[in-house]
Structures are given as C-alpha cells and as structure tokens.
Design a protein around this ligand. Structure first.
Ligand SMILES: Cc1cc2nc3c(=O)[nH]c(=O)nc-3n(C[C@H](O)[C@H](O)[C@H](O)COP(=O)(O)OP(=O)(O)OC[C@H]3O[C@@H](n4cnc5c(N)ncnc54)[C@H](O)[C@@H]3O)c2cc1C
Length: 293
C-alpha cells in the first residue's frame, strides 16, 4: 500500500499546543499516485476526514475520535518555475514548512515573506488560514493554489478566483472538503542580506511580545473589528490567568499556553470564561482563531 497509514496517532503529539487524545488513523500522501487510494478510503465514509498541516493552529479534543487525519508530505524545497520582471515564480508543496520556505527565500534573496517570520506550520496550513502578520498575508504573494478533492482530482485555481479574508480562505468550490496540494507564489528578487535583516527584525519583534517557544496555537481569538483581542483579555483580567494546566500567557494575553499538564477540556473552559467576561464587560464577541478539531 503506497498511502502511509499510522493507527491511533496522538493528537497532542501532532499539535504545537500539545493537547488532545487520539484519532483513528493518520494518512500521509507522498505522491499524486497515492491520491486515488486516499479517495477510496475517504469515500467509504466510515471516518471523518481532517486535513492536517503541522498542527500549529489547532485545539484537539481529549479522548478517542473517529477521525482520519490526512497529511501531505512534500519535497523539502520549492521548485523554481520562471523569472519574470524581477520576480521569481516558484511552487512549494503543501506539506513543506512555512519557515522552510522563508529560509529558502532568504538564501535566494527573494522578498515578500519577511513579515511572516516566526509563523510556524505548513504551506498548506498557511493558505487555509490565510496566515499573516504585520500587514502581510500569505495571499499577497500567492498566484495559484493546486487543490484536490476525491471527486475532481487535482486542479489549479488562480488566487484571484478564491475568496480570502482575515484568517480565511475559500477556493469557492461547491464540492465540500478540499486538500491544498501545492502553492505557486511570486517573490521580488533582491539581496539575501536585505531579506535576512528584515526577517530577523520581524522575529526579534515577535520574541519580545509573544511566547514564541511555549506550547501554544498562536492567537486564540481573532481581533474583533476595531479592537485588539489581547488588550480586551488583558483588561478583563485574563493575562496570566490559569485553569489547571493551561493559561493565558503573561507575555501576550491572546496566547493560550499548555504548561505541560493541561487538558483540552480545561482549555475550552478557559476560552469560554474569557469570551463571557469580555462580552459582559465590553459588549464584544471574541471569535476563536484557533480551529477546534
Ligand atoms: C507561536 C505561534 C505563533 C503564531 N503566529 C501566527 C501569526 O503571526 N499569524 C498567523 O496567521 N498565524 C500564526 N500562528 C498560527 C499558525 O501557525 C498558522 O495558522 C499556520 O498557518 C497554521 O499552519 P499548520 O500547518 O500548522 O495548520 P494546522 O494547524 O495543521 O491546520 C490549520 C487549518 O488549516 C487546514 N489545513 C492544513 N493543511 C491543509 C491542507 N493541505 N489542505 C487543506 N487544509 C489544510 C486544517 O484543516 C485547519 O483547518 C502561530 C502559531 C504559533 C504556535
């Protein structure tokens, strides 16, 4: 069997937050030929499929779940496609790490991704979340996305044909669940030193204000229109507030951290309490940015 299968994988081990029980199976697709077999497994309908990147934006439930986690294993470096008007167009597999793409871009002297330094996860996850920071979103450098569905197989979709929003990507297909297979991006050709300096500046800024090495899933809540979620949580008394083994970070109130012995139930309850407090005190609804699996 070409499709790699691993039974009863630990959700905690597959996510940066490190919470959650087990799924039924993890299926890793390594090449396009594996997709036919994946379609058969998914179409028999016994398990709920979930497209998993590197688990850096997920809150997984405790206990065992009838889930088939689907992952893409991609080559470790992007493919150059063409140089045009001072820009390089390249393709990166969905399973490649986003920091890996940034490292490659830095060495190649390609500019456009500098503000995303410090965002963990995969290329596929970055597209699915339209990941961004400091005014840049992944959509800004994306030209095309190659998608897969069991019914349609692989097909390209132009970035301008997709709907993008704040931590939102919708390729506008009516066929239900899709997998991001690879992504085409365009970056400006400049010098490696300039890109390195800018990426370092971004990362240094984040290190000062975010718990970048703690077990977290990044920001738990989206910033509501006209507000900073972190500031609202801070004012509501949630900076540094713990419940069991989880708590909001002292450094950045919008980061929920697993201190090592937390449970998903505790995280969900603390999130609920924070939403309630912010609603009661400021009449603002905090919408979660993290995906509840
Ligand atoms: C310390 C830290 C800092 C962070 N900082 C930022 C930040 O500054 N800005 C920001 O935007 N985010 C940030 N994040 C959140 C997270 O890193 C991003 O959302 C990231 O892009 C998620 O990628 P992933 O591969 O880990 O996706 P996962 O967490 O595995 O999945 C996230 C979503 O993407 C979907 N998905 C993943 N891969 C695919 C695929 N191949 N096909 C279809 N769907 C797929 C999943 O189904 C899920 O809905 C941070 C997280 C941490 C831990």
């Amino acid at each position: 069997m070409a499709l790699k299968q691993r039974h009863k994988p630990s959700l905690a081990k597959l996510t940066t937050l490190g919470l959650g029980g087990t799924a039924e199976v993890e299926l890793t697709v390594r090449k396009p030929e594996d997709l036919e077999e994946l379609a058969k497994v998914l179409m028999n309908g016994q398990l709920r499929p979930f497209m998993l990147g590197r688990g850096s934006n997920l809150l997984c439930p405790d206990g065992h779940h009838d889930l088939a986690l689907v992952r893409v294993a991609s080559p470790a470096a992007p493919d150059r496609v063409e140089e045009k008007n001072g820009r390089l167009i390249f393709r990166a597999g969905a399973g490649m790490s986003l920091p890996g793409v940034l490292g490659w871009a830095q060495k190649a002297g390609l500019s456009g991704l500098e503000n995303l330094a410090g965002i963990p996860g995969s290329v596929g996850g970055a597209i699915a979340m339209n990941a961004g920071s400091y005014g840049t979103e992944i959509k800004d450098v994306t030209t095309r996305v190659r998608l897969w569905t069991p019914a349609q197989g692989l097909f390209w979709k132009g970035a301008s044909e997709c709907h993008w929003g704040y931590r939102h990507f919708d390729p506008d297909i009516t066929l239900g669940k899709f997998m991001i297979w690879e992504v085409e991006m365009a970056l400006e050709e400049t010098s490696s030193d300039a890109v390195k300096k800018a990426m370092k500046a971004t990362y240094d800024k984040k290190r000062e204000t975010q718990p970048v090495t703690a077990r977290s899933a990044g920001c738990i809540f989206k910033n509501p229109e006209g507000h900073s979620a972190g500031l609202l949580l801070d004012k509501a008394g949630f900076r540094g507030k713990d419940l069991g083994g989880v708590g909001f970070s002292e450094l950045h109130a919008n980061f929920l951290v697993n201190h090592g012995n937390g449970t998903s139930a505790q995280a969900v309850e603390l999130i609920r309490q924070a939403q309630e407090a912010v609603r009661d005190q400021f009449d603002v609804n905090l919408e979660t940015e993290v995906i509840f699996l």
